[in-house]
Ligand binder design. Structure first.
Ligand SMILES: C[S@@+](CC[C@H](N)C(=O)[O-])C[C@H]1O[C@@H](n2cnc3c(N)ncnc32)[C@H](O)[C@@H]1O
Length: 384
């Protein structure tokens, strides 16, 4: 029998939820064994910081493992062939780098050991390089509707002074400026800000675009009526610092509005797929935590009230799943940077998993091309 590694999502790194998932998986495996099917759950490893639980199975096929997980009523993220040493320490698994994450940051379910605090400055610098790689401008067009939705939802108007945190090529700042607001955008990738400036010039709208770090905003306390971020601040290396800064620069009575990919949605799945092939740097927390209302409430803290959230989707269309995978492997910083750390075989395996992900979300409904909905969460709050 071969060994397989299964990845499950565990919201907010909840230990009780992880224990429950493992119990369900073990019961379903035992039921299948009793029916004469060769599948057994050997071991579980919980990584709270990554909101992920890994199950190590022994089985005749990956298909059988997938059946065991589905029978347990669990949502399967990923099954990979694996190899382990007799001592139980994972060696390099076949076709995935998950083993690296398990040995470096894992804690066994229920024990909850914590690792020493990561160097967030080093992490931030690494992530800045990731967002400077590829060519995000080739991807940015896909998410224009998310920014428009955010600006509409918060009700930005001509009297507002608006900050767009992690503006990238300027979607939110431009949308606010078009509504007559005084718009300011910051990002830590100069090349993206340059594109934003060209867009503002082409539209003849005034937007102040400054290179800055979301974790250390160069603005005075209470200096904005509205502070927004569309799928931007969620990528800050130090989410606690970024959350504090959003609140600090918003005036009392002012509004904060955030759009973030959800862990359960398409992009959440894509980021996990990428992380499974090329382990994220130590200390990196899943960006999609910002796609959970409770997490954002915690990050914004007592300085805000009237926090509300809702989910929405943005529909994407690609010629086929391969076209989606190639676009992201070539231009999207996180995918591009991960792929460039892999050898040819590793890149092919990552591409195959991205294709499988896109196909699993396809609702083309006879349209002849791939159609999928990417879920994000809109959170709004008022500064006290
Ligand atoms: C997915 S892009 C989104 C860009 C833009 N908000 C949009 O809607 O198109 C993420 C952006 O976050 C920026 N970013 C991530 N962490 C940041 C930080 N700590 N400070 C400033 N910008 C950051 C990246 O440079 C990148 O432009």
């Amino acid at each position: 029998m071969a060994e397989y590694l299964v990845e499950l999502y565990v919201a907010q790194g909840d230990h009780a939820a992880a224990r429950h998932q493992v119990a369900l998986a073990e019961r379903a495996g035992a039921d299948l064994s009793r029916e004469g099917r060769a599948v057994r759950c050997l071991r579980s490893i919980f990584v709270p910081e990554d909101e992920t639980c890994f199950l190590l199975y022994e089985a005749d096929s990956a298909h059988l493992v997938a059946e065991a997980v589905r029978r347990a009523g669990l949502r399967l993220e990923h099954v990979s062939a694996a190899t382990t040493s007799v001592a139980g320490v994972p060696e390099t698994p076949v076709g995935t780098t998950k083993g690296t994450r398990m040995t470096s940051t894992s804690s066994t379910t229920g024990t909850g050991t914590s690792s020493p605090g990561p160097d967030l400055t080093e992490l931030r610098d690494k992530q800045q390089k990731v967002w400077s790689s590829g060519d995000y401008n080739k991807i940015a067009a896909l998410t224009v509707p998310v920014s428009e939705h955010l600006v509409d939802h918060v009700g930005v108007g001509p009297a507002d002074r608006v900050l767009d945190v992690a503006t990238g090529t300027g979607h939110v700042a431009l949308a606010a400026a078009r509504r007559g607001a005084e718009a300011v955008g910051i990002d830590y990738v100069p090349a993206l800000l340059e594109i934003a400036r060209r867009r503002a010039a082409a539209e003849d709208v005034a937007v102040d675009l400054t290179e800055a770090d979301a974790e250390h905003l160069p603005h005075d306390d209470a200096s904005f009526d509205v502070v927004l971020s569309a799928i931007g601040v969620m990528f800050a290396a130090d989410p606690d610092a970024a959350g504090r800064e959003l609140v600090r620069v918003t005036r009392p009575g002012g509004r904060i509005g955030l759009a973030s990919w959800t862990p359960e949605g398409f992009v959440g799945g894509m980021l996990r797929t990428v992380g499974a092939h090329a382990a994220p740097p130590p200390g990196a927390r899943p960006a999609t935590r910002w796609g959970t209302e409770e997490v954002v409430a915690g990050l914004l803290g007592e300085g805000v009230g009237d926090l509300r959230s809702q989910t929405a989707t943005v529909t994407q269309r690609f010629t086929d799943a391969g076209a989606f995978a190639d676009l992201f492997l070539t231009y999207y910083g996180p995918t591009f940077a991960a792929a460039s750390r892999l050898d040819d075989q590793g890149r092919a395996a990552l591409r195959a998993d991205l294709v499988a992900l896109a196909e699993s979300h396809d609702r083309r409904e006879g349209s002849g091309h791939l159609v999928c909905d990417w879920e994000y969460r809109l959170v709004t709050a008022t500064r006290r």
